[in-house]
Every structure is written in structure tokens, then in C-alpha cells.
Design a protein around this ligand. Structure first.
Ligand code: PGA
Length: 259
């Protein structure tokens, strides 16, 4: 096990959990753990609170210089306008958000986000100097019928075709098989590696050698017991963690698992 030259990014997707009081407590707990045991060289971590906690987490992280990057869970593709209830990438950038998740399967399914909408969000994230974490992944039927690879390639193409190679190099892709999210069923390290390698090959077809620099995360029922084995795969450069990121000790253990 070790950290490859791309470095490792472990991201905690808090989803619709944790109000801003609880967010402050969680960041303070994480800060204490990181002071006691820092992340291994070459490893970074981001936290993705709900919008209502972003400002609180930003202040806590910046005031105490906690080594956590600020992330968001989604954004709107437009910079401003009559979009009631939405939050723009421009607004997130003003809060020093660094990473924005685009196309999480829960939004693709629950909010009707299409590949085209995800591409437009990636445009907005890049326009405002942030890094997209583009989620891709097949559902259980697609895996059973052998359509997983085609599905994932199509999602990668929709988000990245025609992008400058520098944008592809700096981006993050999260492979999250839908059947593994929140189910306790993790992809085997081999399955994760196979798909992450296929994603990198597709990125290389689109953008050439820049794909060697793109960080590819695995997500889906990651926990402190399976993190190290997943991170040991050559094409797994990080993890996108849901449930296990809501507790400081488990997220800290996962973020340290590449060491
Ligand atoms: P999980 O969620 O770790 O709870 O499976 C992962 C995700 O949806 O990003």
C-alpha cells in the first residue's frame, strides 16, 4: 500500500445530515484527531456539508487552520437568475469551496439530473476555479446485464469530452456503483480497480496523458475496515465516503488508510 504520485483525496459527503451546530462539533473533533495524527504525506481530505453548514465549516477550518478542504454537494449551472432554492458555483467559490460534487447518483435519480445537466454543472464549477468531483456509476441491473462499462463510459464522455487537458488533469472522478451506496455492500477491490482503470482509459482517449493525473475515487459503503485495501489499488486515488464520514473517528481512520 502507498500513495501514488497523483496523491490521495478522501472526501466526506455528509448528504442531508448534520445541522450547523453539529457540523462545528464534527470539524472540531476532526481537527483534534488530525492534530494528534496527521494525514499521510500526499493525502488530502475534503468535507462536503449541506449548504447551511458551509459558512460555519469554512470559518472553523480557516480560523484553526484545519487541514481539510471545503466541499459542496452540488451547485446550479447558472451563475445567477430566477432559480428559487438553488445555489450557484459562484456563491460557493466565494466561500472558498474547493471541490464540488457533480452528478451524485442520488441527484441523478432523485432530482432528475441528466448527463447534460451534469456537464453544465461541471462547466460552472470550472468557470469559478473549483474542482469538480464527477460521480459516475452503474445500477444493479446494468451490472447484471453487462452494461456497466458502457454506462460509466457514457457518463465520463458527457462530463469530459472536449475539455482542455488541464481541466481533465485537475478533475476528480468518483466511481460509485449505485448498488454499493448506503447498502453495506462494497465493490471488491478488484471490481473497483477494473472500473477505475477503465475510467482512466476513457479519459486518456479524450484527453491523452492528462488522464494520468486525474484522481479517481471509489465510493460506496467505504468504512475503516475496507478503505486500505481499496486505496491500495493502482487506479484508486481516493474515496468518496457517505455514512462513515459522519463520525470523526471513522472518517479520520479512512483518510489515514493510505499511509
Ligand atoms: P455511503 O455513500 O458511503 O454511505 O455508501 C457514498 C456516497 O453516496 O457518496
Amino acid at each position: 500500500m502507498g500513495v501514488g504520485e497523483r496523491g490521495v483525496l478522501v472526501s466526506g459527503n455528509w448528504k442531508m445530515h448534520i445541522n450547523h451546530f453539529e457540523a462545528l462539533k464534527l470539524v472540531q473533533e476532526l481537527a483534534a484527531l488530525l492534530r494528534a495524527q496527521a494525514l499521510p504525506e500526499g493525502c488530502a481530505a475534503s468535507v462536503h456539508p449541506p449548504f447551511t453548514s458551509l459558512r460555519t465549516v469554512q470559518t472553523a477550518v480557516e480560523t484553526d487552520r484545519v487541514p481539510l478542504a471545503l466541499g459542496a454537494q452540488t451547485c446550479h449551472h447558472a451563475d445567477k437568475g430566477a432559480f428559487t432554492g438553488e445555489v450557484s458555483a459562484e456563491m460557493l467559490a466565494k466561500l472558498n469551496v474547493r471541490y464540488v460534487i457533480a452528478g451524485h447518483s442520488e441527484r441523478r435519480r432523485g432530482c432528475g439530473e441528466t448527463d447534460e445537466m451534469v456537464r453544465a454543472k461541471v462547466d460552472a464549477i470550472l468557470r469559478h476555479g473549483m474542482v469538480p468531483i464527477v460521480c459516475v456509476g452503474e445500477d444493479a441491473d446494468e451490472r447484471a446485464s453487462g452494461a456497466a462499462l458502457d454506462r460509466v463510459r457514457a457518463q465520463v464522455d458527457a462530463a469530459f469530452d472536449g475539455r482542455p487537458s488541464a481541466a481533465v488533469a485537475a478533475a476528480v472522478v468518483a466511481y460509485e456503483p449505485i448498488w454499493a451506496i448506503g447498502t453495506g455492500v462494497t465493490a471488491t477491490p478488484d471490481d473497483a480497480e477494473q472500473m477505475c482503470a477503465a475510467i482512466r482509459a476513457e479519459l486518456a482517449r479524450l484527453a491523452g496523458p492528462a488522464a494520468e493525473t486525474t484522481r479517481i475515487q471509489y465510493g460506496g459503503s467505504v468504512n475503516p475496515d475496507n478503505a486500505a485495501e481499496l486505496l491500495a489499488q493502482p487506479n484508486v486515488d481516493g474515496l468518496l465516503v457517505g455514512g462513515a464520514s459522519l463520525e470523526a473517528a471513522s472518517f479520520h481512520a479512512i483518510a489515514r488508510a493510505a499511509g
